[in-house]
Design a protein around this ligand. Structure first.
Ligand SMILES: [Zn+2]
Ligand SMILES: [Zn+2]
Length: 318
């Protein structure tokens, strides 16, 4: 019996299961699912695992001890949601991951757009680096986080397909491993020559890199849950031009300033434009909304400059 591979820094749990699948020599996915999760009909989930309790039980029986919190916090994208959800919502997600509630995180997380991919992303520099350090590349968890379009470490645009033949890693609940070279022999660590970009595109690139690094910061800082977001945002702008003396929010002024704070393509790429729905106003409604973390991050950058500034200010005030 082979053992479960050691999880590498920032490796997606899915990636480790995939390496196990390859190393086991199992011919079918169901065989691997039975070995890892105890049920051949379970499907391998890519971004957020399901039936993690089953995995922990089987792991502890076969290979020793493993901590489910370590998997969750260091090898899945769960922390980004935990940081922006309240306790109750976080708990629902946890139960879905553990397998005690029906798995449908999209409903809770408010992810219904392309930012929640079934296509795995990679950074060509990370591929090269991992290949040098470990002898093979692997799937990084940060590269799969909705809203991260640039590698926070190398500041390079993440790729979703082979630059040589356009092969895409569409998971569809399968085990897909990334190697240094694609099936046609193209090197995943190669880059296409830099293209000339307009000033606007350049600005958008910088913004997207900053946002990617902000998201990475959320993971590394691993702070608090259960924020009263509406209250925090309201406090932050309560004495500004966005509120009248009678306490009425000037939605138009807020939206206009927010729109001009970012380039249009940044908001478009992140699917956070304000053209159809002014989602900013929901931050100030009494009605409770669940917001995609990327919306919080964009708004926090607008209000505080960066996530780290925000954390510092909030912790000083506490
Ligand atoms: Zn990288
Ligand atoms: Zn290729």
């Amino acid at each position: 019996m082979i053992s479960f591979p050691e999880m590498l820094p920032d490796e997606l749990f899915y990636s480790c299961c995939t390496r196990y699948h390859i190393e086991s020599g199992n011919e079918t996915n169901s065989q691997t699912m039975k070995e890892l999760f105890g049920n051949p009909s379970f499907k391998m989930k890519c971004m957020l695992p399901s039936h993690l309790n089953n995995f922990i039980k089987r792991y502890n029986c076969k290979w020793g001890r493993i901590c489910s919190n370590d998997i969750l916090m260091n090898h899945t994208i769960y922390p980004i949601f935990r940081s922006f959800l309240d306790y109750k919502e976080s708990d629902v997600i946890l139960q879905m991951i553990n397998g005690t509630l029906k798995y449908r995180p999209h409903f809770i997380l408010g992810i219904k757009n392309n930012l929640w991919g079934q296509v795995l992303n990679f950074c060509s520099d990370c591929v090269k680096e991992d290949d040098l350090n470990y002898g093979f590349p692997y799937w990084h968890r940060l590269h799969q986080v909705p809203g991260i379009l640039y590698c926070p470490k190398h500041c390079k645009r993440l790729k979703r397909s082979c630059p040589g033949c356009n092969f895409r890693f569409e998971t569809q609940n399968n085990f897909l491993v990334i190697k240094r070279f694609c099936r046609c022999g193209h090197d995943f660590s190669c880059d296409i020559a830099n293209q000339v970009v307009s000033l606007d595109e350049y600005r958008a690139q910088l913004e997207l890199i900053n946002i990617s690094q902000d998201i990475a910061y959320v993971f590394s800082a691993n702070v608090f849950t259960g924020h009263q977001w509406q209250q925090l945002y309201r406090d932050r702008i309560s004495k500004t031009k966005y509120f009248s003396l009678t306490g009425r929010l000037n939605q138009r002024a807020l939206a206009n300033d927010f729109i001009s704070f970012y380039t249009r393509s940044t908001l478009k790429l992140l699917e956070c434009e304000l053209s159809n729905i002014n989602w900013l106003q929901h931050f100030f409604n009494r009605k409770k909304h669940i917001y995609h973390p990327i919306k919080h991050i964009l708004f926090i950058r607008f209000l505080y400059g960066s996530i780290s500034n925000f954390y510092n200010e909030v912790s000083e005030a506490a």
